[in-house]
Design a protein around this ligand. Structure first.
Ligand SMILES: [Zn+2]
Length: 122
């Protein structure tokens, strides 16, 4: 999915939810980094598009909403096993590459990690 389309889709889904919107953009950016390296796609392949859509739908339904911690620290495992496996692989690839390529996203993720106890959205 083209980046402009991706960002406008995210803006529509996460209207008035800046934290989730930012996290959604980070997720899709990381998936596309992984896909272009591993699947040779210039943007993202069908499988990774499906993974991205799934990840966004999970984020949209996150019970902690704007108060969430990072997914890797969450105690609720909301992904189905197959998708969990796929997202972990993508994050393992893209994670160490975020600081040089997308420093703001990387720093925000580090700050989000400090939120150990998820707060319910008000
Ligand atoms: Zn792919």
């Amino acid at each position: 999915m083209a980046i402009e389309l991706r960002n406008s889709k995210i803006a529509a889904i996460f209207k008035n939810r800046p934290r989730l919107s930012r996290e959604g953009k980070t997720l899709l950016t990381m998936i596309s980094m992984y896909c272009s390296s591993r699947h040779g796609s210039t943007d993202s392949c069908r499988e990774c598009d499906a993974l991205g859509d799934y990840a966004i739908s999970r984020l949209d339904k996150c019970p902690f909403g704007e108060g969430k911690t990072v997914c890797s620290l969450c105690l609720v495992h909301c992904y189905k096993p197959e998708m969990r496996q796929k997202i972990r692989e993508a994050m393992r690839y893209a994670g160490p590459r975020m600081m040089p390529s997308h420093p703001l996203m990387a720093i925000n993720h580090i700050l989000d990690k400090r939120r150990k106890n998820p707060l319910r959205a008000v």
